[in-house]
Design a protein around this ligand. Structure first.
Ligand code: B12
Length: 283
């Protein structure tokens, strides 16, 4: 039975601006046994420091202690790379440091992917994913692809800097129910729109449900460009993808009814979270 450790909260990561000792004082992962809490902080600091071998070496002890691969991805790996992003934005880090930290994420994901994907038991559909043209970021897209695979999808990952015509060729070849466009740059998010326009021009918009995601992407952007669903993270992407091939399988891509159904899923999740918080608050 894997350990349950809360990872869904939006943590205050201010301690990561100081040092390891300060991190140990935070309320992150207080529900984990103390040695696991410490291990998580070591993982996040090794990602921040760009130590990829050390990061990989810490993954196995966590797995041996029954921490699930998903908890590692959504927990210390997510907080570690988030702090790297903050440092980069504040000009405390430059590209070489970010590349080292990305290498840590890739090494850890290399260990975790086979374990996560092994959860796949049935085949429920096909998804084509890729990072749009001009954009090299692929960590988040890889996590989304891996979670979709674990949920039962066959995932065709086209890689990074994928031009619209390659998405279109892959949709023709693999006939997926869903296509997912990842974009991490404000300068490349427009390629999501461009690709949708080309899908329409080819008369293929109804054939496939379009998902969009990535740090600068929002529900507002999804609405504006006429995508079907926005996935703020991999868990939401999986929840919506499953709904698309199950209860909403007969609604075509681009149909406003599908867009509405995806928004209703968000509203339902928010209401459930609020009810959970209220229950905790009222003891
Ligand atoms: C790692 C990183 C890099 C690495 C990427 C390595 C790799 N192989 O991916 C390297 C060093 C190569 C890099 C390069 C650059 N980067 Co960079 N990078 C980052 C950083 C620090 C982390 C990104 C990341 O992996 N996050 C972790 C993952 C798990 O999160 P995520 O990608 O958001 O994914 C989650 C969700 O968004 C969602 N999701 C993601 N994709 C999809 C797709 C679908 C379909 C769905 C449903 C959901 C979904 O689910 C994921 C999992 O939960 C971000 C900071 C940040 N805050 O994002 C900057 C950041 C994205 N980079 C930035 C910049 C500026 C650059 C460069 C232009 C720098 C330069 N001067 O050259 C180049 C661009 C190169 C290029 N052409 O793409 C800026 C972008 C600013 C902007 N407004 O556009 C950021 C925001 C940093 C900053 N704060 O300034 N970068």
């Amino acid at each position: 039975m894997p350990l349950f450790i809360e990872t869904e909260k939006e943590w205050d990561l201010e301690d990561l601006q100081y040092d390891f000792e300060d991190s140990l004082e935070t309320d992150r992962w207080l529900d984990a046994p103390p040695d696991i809490k410490e291990l998580f902080h070591e993982i996040e600091w090794n990602i921040i420091d760009g130590e990829h071998e050390e990061t990989s070496d810490l993954i196995h002890p966590a797995l041996d202690a029954d921490v699930s691969p998903r908890t590692l991805v959504a927990g210390p790996m997510a907080t570690g790379i988030a702090e790297v992003g903050r440092r980069f934005k504040m000009d405390e880090y430059f590209l070489p440091e970010v590349m080292m930290s990305a290498k840590c994420m890739h090494s850890a994901l290399g260990i975790l992917k086979p374990l996560i994907v092994a959860e796949k038991s049935e085949d429920i559909g096909t998804v084509v994913v890729g990072t749009v043209q001009g954009d090299l970021h692929d960590i988040g897209k890889k996590i989304v692809a891996m979670m979709l695979e674990a949920a039962g999808f066959t995932v065709i990952d086209l890689g990074v800097t994928v031009p619209p015509e390659d998405f279109i060729a892959a949709i023709r070849e693999h006939d997926p129910q869903i296509v997912g466009f990842s974009a991490l740059l404000t300068t490349t998010m427009n390629m999501q729109w461009e690709t949708i326009k080309q899908l329409k021009a080819e008369g293929m918009r109804g054939d496939v449900k379009v998902f969009v995601g990535g740090a600068p992407i929002s529900q507002g952007w999804c609405d504006k460009i006429g995508a079907d669903a926005y996935g703020v993270d991999a868990l939401v992407a999986v929840e919506k993808a499953k709904a698309c091939v199950q209860e909403y399988r007969d609604i075509k891509g681009g149909d406003p009814a599908l867009h509405g159904a995806m928004l209703a899923l968000d509203a339902e999740r928010v209401a459930q979270q609020a009810a959970k918080l209220e229950a905790v608050a009222s003891g």
